[in-house]
Design a protein around this ligand. Structure first.
Ligand SMILES: N[C@@H](CCC(=O)N[C@@H](CS)C(=O)NCC(=O)O)C(=O)O
Length: 205
């Protein structure tokens, strides 16, 4: 058996993803609260665990041997934890579709929506970052439109059932308003979010 400890800050969508999945799976874990703005992620001590200096970070302890391993990158952690569960198809095209949405999240969604949210909510939209904030709106809306299109056709992003693809994209989509995005123009996204929120063991932010 493995024991899990998550280094994370619930204000970060990337970290919230991990807690969300662990709650849905009813898996026991320890949450090691890290203040993302404190500089701890760049400390020598933390970089010994994750040389990239970022959270979330999953610590996996083998309860038999006591050996510890570390895994970073939110979507890699989700894939590791969901293996063998209802939240990750076993193989083939179904699994490929989950990965497709997770790569989309990291390249076409998070860099716009999460960054706009960070500039607005965490930094208070300072004058010197207003242009960058404005430049994130088009890309963010493009990503939301892609999700809207898919969710008008299937109840969840990768098809008929909730998978870690939905968890990856839910994390920053449901707080997109913090980055200046108006979800009212995306009714299928709103319906999808309501479905996720109504599920047993949903963890509100
Ligand atoms: N691609 C990474 C991004 C992780 C990331 O950017 N983490 C931020 C919080 S959302 C962080 O740790 N920032 C602190 C720092 O860079 O020192 C993932 O999906 O886990």
């Amino acid at each position: 058996m493995n024991k899990y400890r998550v280094f994370g800050d619930m204000l970060s969508g990337n970290c919230y993803k991990i807690a969300m999945l662990l709650e849905f799976m009813e898996a026991p874990y320890q949450w090691e609260a890290v203040d993302v703005l404190s500089g701890f992620t760049q400390s020598f001590e933390f970089k010994q665990l994750n040389p990239n200096g970022k959270i979330p970070l999953l610590e996996i302890t083998d309860e038999t041997t006591g050996e510890r391993a570390y895994l970073s990158e939110s979507n890699a952690i989700l894939n590791y934890l969901a293996e063998g569960s209802e939240f990750l198809p076993a193989a083939g095209l179904a699994r490929g579709r989950v990965l497709q949405w997770q790569f989309f999240e990291q390249y076409s969604h998070e860099p716009y929506i999460a960054v706009a949210r960070f500039i607005n909510l965490f930094l208070g939209l300072p004058e010197e970052r207003k242009a960058e904030y404005a430049s994130k709106q088009e890309g963010g809306n493009k990503a939301l439109a892609v999700m809207q299109e898919q969710l008008s056709q299937t109840p969840y992003l990768a098809g008929e059932v909730l998978t870690i693809a939905d968890i990856s994209l839910y994390a920053y989509t449901h707080v997109a308003a913090d980055g200046g995005f108006d979800l009212a123009s995306y009714p299928a996204i709103l319906a999808w979010m309501a479905k996720i929120q109504a599920r047993p063991h949903y963890l509100p932010l």
